[in-house]
Write a protein that binds this ligand. Structure first.
Ligand SMILES: [Zn+2]
Length: 497
């Protein structure tokens, strides 16, 4: 059985506190998610607002133009009004949500099971008469008695519903509970209707529960990119797909090479940052700190690596710091084209450990500086800052003018940006267009308190598949940022990365 995926980043994911998406954002996200190969997308709730309907219509238009493959669904309650709004947006179907637990039926809706089943029948018939596919979702399904779930499933089969989804709406299901539910539903559903599972991560079990449901007969996994969603979020697409494929050997139709790019894209548009230690897509997912691990990995990556990062187009990284072993430093020096004999290497290693022990996060730039001192190398900076003016203000576009000496030749660029730092970096990027690199990370720390505090800026750049880090320090955040950025660019040039 090939598990299918329903992505609900654009509905449940958008319910993440702090996310507000414009219709254009939603269209862009829909296209990016579609590209990784999901089968269905819940793209919003048509009843919610005018803007939401505009977004849903635009996404449906893209499908009509042949730019999307997934089947498109709108969330709808068991109300004809909700379904009518969805229908008018041009979706393929509805994610029809019916509360099935006693607490939801009595305390939320003040109604009865009979009335809920009557509404389901009426709404499904309305959908069918209008050519909509129906994914009937048992809201709070994991707190619903198995007998009532079976009754709803039998009704769904009778009404020729395409899919019945059981939602763990408040994220309290255990794997035992999920096995019990799907073990009971699967014999009824077999070949008559697809079963779906929709899990939330309140106890950190969303991925495990989703995988367990698939193992027990569910056909469709509801997921979101980066696990976005209400409260603690939904089951993450990247985790569920990877676990099914690489731990359980399911044939999964997801393009794993595109997962990381999708994740970063969604992070940028939604503004919801991914935790560094997040599985698969976190910054540290393939980063190794301890020297003993690095030593093992350099001999055979399988010693300390759960999965080959290349599967996700990700990069294996080793961290510089007090825990690094000699192998890590050896590797970094090699990457930076720095040659040291045994004695020099030991001196460089000791000096870097001394700096790291004082609580400094080491960057490639520190390695280069220490190596230059220890090896008596003269620093040849190809790019030197000659002058900079940057300004920002209220109701004015932040702008920066930067003059650089590039191999002795004076070059100048003026650029705008989101702020003065962004404008200055943009101007430098304009001048240094010929250096192949990608901006990965920008991080600022205030070193002391108050508005006159010194700042430390750390940046990460990637060039030709290698990541390099550099730092800039000062009391002016624009100058510190420019210093960090130029240190990074010089490192790329100097190391011939
Ligand atoms: Zn949900």
């Amino acid at each position: 059985m090939k598990p299918k995926f329903l992505d609900t980043t654009l509905r449940d994911g958008e319910q993440t506190p702090g996310i507000v998406l414009k219709p254009e954002d939603k269209v862009e996200i829909a296209k990016a998610i579609d590209e990784v190969g999901v089968d269905f997308m819940e793209i919003g709730s048509a009843i919610a607002s005018e803007g939401e309907r505009e977004a849903i219509k635009k996404i449906c238009d893209e499908k009509k133009k042949g730019n999307l493959n997934a089947r498109l669904l709108s969330f709808a309650r068991i109300k004809k009004e909700d379904i009518t709004y969805a229908l008018n947006c041009g979706v393929d179907g509805v994610f029809l949500v019916a509360p099935t637990s006693d607490i939801h039926i009595k305390d939320k809706l003040n109604t009865t099971r009979e009335k809920v089943t009557d509404s389901i029948t009426e709404c499904v018939e309305f959908c069918k008469n209008n050519g909509l596919i129906v994914d009937l979702c048992c809201e709070d399904g994991t707190r619903t008695g198995i007998d009532f779930l079976k009754e709803i499933l039998n009704l769904a089969v009778e009404l020729k519903v395409e899919r019945l989804t059981v939602a763990d709406t408040i994220g309290i299901a255990t794997q035992e509970k999920i096995s019990e539910i799907f073990g009971a539903l699967n014999p009824i559903a077999k070949s008559k209707i697809l079963l779906g599972v929709h899990c939330h991560d309140d106890f950190g079990l969303a991925t495990a529960n989703t995988v367990t449901a698939i193992k027990n007969g569910a056909d469709v996994a509801d997921v979101t990119v980066n696990g976005l969603g209400e409260r603690a979020g939904n089951a993450p697409l990247e985790e569920v797909a990877a676990a099914l494929k690489f731990l359980y050997n399911y044939d999964v139709n997801i393009d794993f090479k595109k997962i990381l790019g999708l994740s970063k894209h969604i992070e940028k548009i939604t503004g919801i940052g991914i935790a560094r230690n997040k599985a698969i897509v976190g910054e540290n997912a393939f980063t190794h700190g301890a020297g003993i691990h690095v030593d093992g990995i350099l001999k055979n990556p399988a010693t300390y690596e759960a999965i080959n990062p290349e599967i996700f187009n990700a990069e294996r990284k080793f961290v510089l710091g007090k825990l690094m072993g000699k192998k890590t430093l050896e590797n970094v020096l090699n990457e930076m084209n720095i040659k040291a004999n045994g004695e020099q290497f030991t001196e460089i290693f000791k000096k870097l450990q001394f700096i790291a022990d004082k609580g400094t996060r080491l960057t490639n730039f520190d390695v280069r500086q220490v190596a230059n001192t220890m090896l008596n190398l003269s620093e040849k900076r190809e790019i030197i800052l000659k002058g900079i003016t940057a300004f920002s203000g209220y109701v004015t576009q932040p702008m920066a003018s930067v003059t650089l000496l590039v191999n002795g030749e004076e070059k100048r660029a003026i650029s705008i940006g989101n702020g003065p730092v962004d404008a200055a970096i943009n101007a430098i990027q304009n001048i240094c267009k010929d250096i192949p690199f990608e901006f990965l990370d920008y991080h600022v720390d205030a070193i002391s308190g108050g508005s006159s505090a010194g700042v430390q800026v750390e940046i990460k750049l990637r060039s030709k598949g290698k990541t390099i880090s550099a730092r800039g320090v000062g009391t002016d955040i624009v100058l510190a940022s420019v210093e960090a950025f130029l240190n990074g660019l010089n490192l790329i040039l100097e190391s011939k990365i």
